[in-house]
Ligand binder design. Structure first.
Ligand code: SF4
Ligand code: SF4
Length: 431
């Protein structure tokens, strides 16, 4: 992963390539209990439309809210056993619905019926919950302003190979997914960003329909959306804008393959593929039902968890720590990592020593040493106005190299989340 040249000033981090990870995915059995996160908090006032004891089917859209506006796709057949609040990163509130599974799948046919009778445009609402979690809300409005879709056949983090695996193993589904996306969105410019090593495998994707294949450098963080915008699309994203603002939407290769599979098989896929990174940094592909507790994966690989080991959803640079083996696999879980307690760097109270390592490594040329002073003091507006908070591409390199072990990346994410929350509240108050 890390190569240090004797002459180089910056460390060089290389992405995983699919050839380094076994092609066959280890299949995890259907869990006894599956849990689904729904992106809306319970308010304690609304009468719920889903109740404890209700029977739900595989592929069914489930929502406890009467308007159905926030939902998950159930990946198993069984009975609802709990509907409870769940606090995610930075205190974000979700609703967690748990289902005890029956022995056999009973597939819900609503998605297939809508697809058959009304076409793919009418069924698109169901596709936000498929493996890969495509940002379908971008496509729901006719004035979304999107003119380009970038399909990521490369990962957002190191040691992960999930989307390369999806692209390599699902050429037919990828083609069906691209056709479906074009119909649903009206967007016809499709770019697939992938490493050179997958060019031969991707040759059969979208050839007739003018899909553009673009090679991504294997040096981290070349595959992050803002880096792709600058290096591949030729539209650098200003600090106060998003990729969507410039008309470009990013989806993962797995999401596109899942859309294609759903359309071809008239049934929503419910099995997520992810990269499992073990304590010794060995990697393998795993397939598990969405909602499976991560503990089932540790069990399948005979991983013994010790007190100081760290569980991470995502990769080593940008992943988030989790604190329970009951945490479920979600539609966007591309990697699961268990880090040996002996290798976990301890966050210290040591102050910044102005070594400048974070500035040297930052791909966005942010004065990180100054930024962190404002973030530690919770002066988020100043951090944004004076020290380029929003130019951050969220690569995590600064945290990785910081000799004082300051969790800079976590401070940055928290600041962006808090500023977003404050600005949303201000906008709502103005309406
Ligand atoms: S995470 Fe750190 S290194 Fe990466 S772009 Fe942001 S400030 Fe720079
Ligand atoms: S790497 Fe850490 S200690 Fe060094 S300047 Fe940056 S924040 Fe300060």
């Amino acid at each position: 992963m890390l190569k240090r040249s004797f002459f180089a000033k910056k460390p060089r981090f290389e992405y995983e390539t699919a050839g380094n990870v076994p092609v066959e995915a280890e299949s995890i059995p259907v869990p006894d209990k599956a849990t689904f996160f729904i992106n809306r908090p319970l308010d304690g006032k609304t009468a719920l439309s889903l109740k404890i004891g209700d029977r739900v089917k595989t592929g069914q859209k489930i929502s406890p809210f009467p308007d159905g506006g926030a939902y998950a796709i159930c990946s198993v057949t069984g009975s609802v056993t709990s509907i409870a609040p769940y606090a995610g990163d930075y205190g974000q509130s979700y609703t967690a619905v748990s289902v005890v599974t029956e022995g056999k799948d009973d597939f819900d046919e609503t998605f297939g019926d809508i697809l058959n009778n009304e076409g793919v445009e009418a069924a698109k609402d169901y596709l936000a919950g498929v493996p890969g979690a495509p940002a379908m809300d971008l496509f729901s409005s006719p004035d979304h302003g999107i003119d380009t879709i970038v399909i990521c056949g490369v990962e957002k983090d190191l040691l992960v190979a999930t989307n390369q695996h999806a692209l390599k193993e699902n050429v037919a589904f990828m083609n069906a997914g691209i056709s479906g996306l074009k119909k649903m969105t009206g967007v016809h410019k499709i770019v697939i960003a992938l490493p050179q090593s997958l060019m031969a495998d991707a040759g059969g994707i979208g050839g007739a329909s003018g899909v553009e294949l673009r090679v991504i450098d294997t040096q981290y963080p070349s595959s992050l959306p803002r880096m792709i915008m600058k290096d591949i699309i030729g539209k650098p994203v200003p600090a106060d804008k998003t990729c969507d603002d410039l008309g470009v939407c990013f989806v993962t290769a797995e999401a596109v393959a899942s859309i294609g599979k759903a359309i071809q098989e008239r049934k929503l896929p419910v099995t997520k593929t992810l990269t499992f990174i073990n304590k010794d940094l060995s990697k393998c592909m795993v397939s598990a039902r969405i909602g499976t507790p991560v503990g089932s994966i540790f069990k399948a690989f005979d991983v013994t968890l010790l007190e100081k080991d760290r569980l991470i959803v995502g990769g080593p640079m940008t992943g988030a720590a989790i604190y329970s083996e009951e945490h479920p696999i979600c539609p966007d879980t591309d990697a699961l990592m268990v880090q040996d307690g002996a290798d976990v760097p301890m966050v210290a109270d040591t102050p910044c020593i102005n070594c400048g390592e974070c500035i040297r490594v930052c791909p966005a040329d942010i004065p990180v040493d100054m930024l962190i002073r404002f973030l530690e003091a919770r002066q988020y507006e100043d951090a944004a106005d004076m020290y380029d908070l929003y130019s951050c591409v969220e690569c995590g390199l600064c945290s990785f190299v910081c000799v004082s072990k300051i969790p800079i990346f976590q401070y940055i994410r928290l600041a962006k989340y808090e500023l977003g929350r404050i600005r949303n509240a201000e906008e709502a108050a103005d309406v």
